[in-house]
Design a protein around this ligand. Structure first.
Ligand code: SAM
Length: 212
């Protein structure tokens, strides 16, 4: 299969070497054709250790960051997942390999449309791409067992916390506009337990409960 050697090397040298161990996540990263989620002119470096521009001033995240967030989210086979920040659709495809259903929301209509076409073309029939402000979540499909936010906000949006199922997990980069840390929230019947703290740099989460 095209680029399969590069995918194997990417997982070994960039992801396993940095401590990601979840075999389901590693298998998904070995399987999804990342080069089909970047502009054609960038296919040759699709498996390199960095984000890549995808248009509208946005990026597809570094492979390691996708793997780490996916591992932290811990999506199970029966789970319903919400992703905020569809971008290219790559993270949604990884989640679709692991979970029953993925709802992914993107504020740029052009990116949402092209990700939808790409994901449909690749046969991901368990992904729904929505255009809109993901800081408000997607109440019509809530509650979610897992929520992943792939843009950095000033805080975890309250709307997302309210749409997380009991026992669900939410992963979100939180901090300043130009530097964040990965916050992981676990919802229990009475509270949200926060862990995480890995430093990261994401494009801004822009919206009602994000940056202006
Ligand atoms: N997950 C993407 C992928 O696999 O290609 C990469 C995400 S990119 C780092 C962040 C994305 O979040 C951008 O496409 C950006 O337009 C989007 N975004 C930012 N604020 C948003 C919001 N409030 N609602 C939905 N999408 C948002």
């Amino acid at each position: 299969m095209l680029f399969s050697k590069q995918r194997t090397q990417m997982v070994k040298l960039q992801i396993v070497s940095r401590g990601v161990r979840d075999e389901r996540v590693l298998d998904a990263m070995r399987h999804v054709p990342r080069h089909l989620f970047v502009p054609q002119a960038r296919q040759s470096d699709a498996y390199d250790d960095h984000p890549i521009p995808i248009g509208n001033g946005q990026t597809i995240s570094q492979p390691y960051m996708v793997a780490l967030m996916t591992e932290l989210a811990g999506a199970g086979e029966a789970d319903r997942v919400l992703e905020v920040g569809t971008g290219s659709g790559y993270q949604a495809a990884i989640l679709a390999e692991l979970a029953a259903e993925v709802i992914t929301i993107e504020r740029h209509v052009e990116l949402a449309d092209s990700a939808r076409t790409r994901l449909e073309g690749l046969g991901y029939d368990n992904v729904t791409v929505v255009a809109g402000d993901g800081t408000l979540g997607c109440p019509e499909h809530a509650p979610y067992d897992v929520i992943i936010v792939t843009a950095g906000g000033p805080h975890v949006p309250e709307a997302l916390k309210s749409q997380l199922a009991i026992d669900g997990r939410l992963v979100c980069p939180v901090g300043a506009r130009d530097m964040q840390r990965l916050v992981v929230l676990q919802r229990t019947p009475g509270e949200f337990i926060e862990t995480g703290g890995v430093g990261c740099i994401f494009v801004p989460l822009v919206g009602e409960e994000g940056w202006t």
